[in-house]
Design a protein around this ligand. Structure first.
Ligand code: ZN
Length: 338
């Protein structure tokens, strides 16, 4: 009788430990399931002539110290893309650093600092500026040296506003640029970043023809396991931007039903989006030129009549709930989006 009681007790204890372990693993996997990494982009370094695209050396060092002291892991873009491709867990502390336009100021003022912290990076090259020796850009020789510390990626040959160029122009631009990188430094880029962060459905389709493993945009946001590897959000760290604030953003999981593209007559009729999280009651949206507005959410659905004329060439529609954010870019395409 006593023995039976003892066994019963020990069974209870092991069951309760089992439940605790189960709950803990559930909690941990929940954390990983909703973890978000961040991709950032820099342009110029220590170049006060262009404050809106510049990061001072002091700012850069402060940002790197912040990342180091808070245990952020600066990883290769490749590591993040491979994790997404293989449906692996995304780490909340992952940070990917990218640099657009291979300005000479990166080579002259910042490369040493990246090396000192052992932070990998991906440099998106503006090929024509390099090939034609524009004074502000690195040479091929410098790019070859840079490639020892980070990856060399593609940012187009002529750095066009892609939605303003024909399919033929874009295909020729890409062929020319990729061939030159191969010829001059023997590198085949794996990733592409849109010049000016501008793209739409047509431009994305042409870009995908070139077999890039991932495509990076320039929208505020974060990367979760649900992110589209052909449209990875990337936030700019230039001017008076705050790394700390940007690290707080998470990806808002939603299915944007309307608008899919820049509306025909430039009038945005409505916003319709299905949120993955049905418990949300209200959201905020931002439209370029109009600022932020509140919007009601019913049964996980945003369905809002807008009827507003888009004011800019490049319009951003941002939907935000707390620190969760998603951007849709609306640009008028000269050649249609079909
Ligand atoms: Zn650029």
């Amino acid at each position: 009788m006593k023995l039976q009681k003892l066994q019963l007790q020990s069974n209870n204890i092991s069951t309760s430990i089992g439940i605790k372990i189960f709950l803990l693993s559930l909690f941990l996997s929940y954390g990983l399931l909703f973890a978000d990494a961040h991709i950032f982009v820099y342009h110029r370094f220590g170049d006060s002539r262009y404050p809106s695209t510049n990061t001072t050396i002091k700012e850069l060092k402060e940002e790197f110290e912040y990342l180091k002291n808070r245990d952020y892991k600066v990883i290769k873009l490749e590591t993040l893309v491979n994790a997404l491709k293989n449906h692996k867990d995304i780490d909340d502390r992952w940070v990917v650093l990218t640099i657009d336009d291979n300005f000479k100021s990166f080579y002259q003022n910042a490369l040493e600092i990246f090396k000192k912290y052992h932070y990998p990076f991906s440099l998106f090259v503006y090929v024509q500026a390099t090939e034609d020796k524009y004074p502000d850009y690195t040479s091929w020789k410098e790019l070859k040296e840079i490639s020892k510390y980070g990856s060399i990626e593609f940012h187009s040959y002529s750095h066009p506003h892609m939605t303003q160029k024909s399919n033929k122009y874009l295909r020729e631009d890409f062929k020319r640029g990729l061939n030159l990188i191969k010829k001059r430094v023997n590198i085949t880029p794996k990733y592409f970043a849109y010049p000016y962060g501008e793209y739409d459905k047509r431009v994305q389709k042409i870009t995908k023809e070139f077999g890039f493993e991932a495509i990076i945009n320039q929208n505020i946001g974060a990367i979760s396991r649900y992110s589209d590897i052909f449209s990875l959000d990337r936030d700019a760290l230039v001017g008076k931007s705050s790394l700390k604030r940007k690290l707080r953003y998470k990806e808002l999981h939603l299915n944007l039903i309307e608008p899919k593209e820049y509306p025909k007559n430039g009038i945005l009729k409505k916003i319709m989006a299905k949120l993955y999280d049905k418990s949300i009651k209200s959201a905020k949206y931002y439209l370029s030129g109009y600022g932020w507005s509140k919007v009601e959410v019913k049964d996980g659905l945003i369905d809002k009549k807008i009827d507003k004329k888009l004011l800019k060439k490049r319009n951003r529609l941002i939907i935000k709930i707390g620190n969760k954010i998603k951007t849709k870019l609306l640009i008028k395409d000269r050649y249609g989006t079909k």
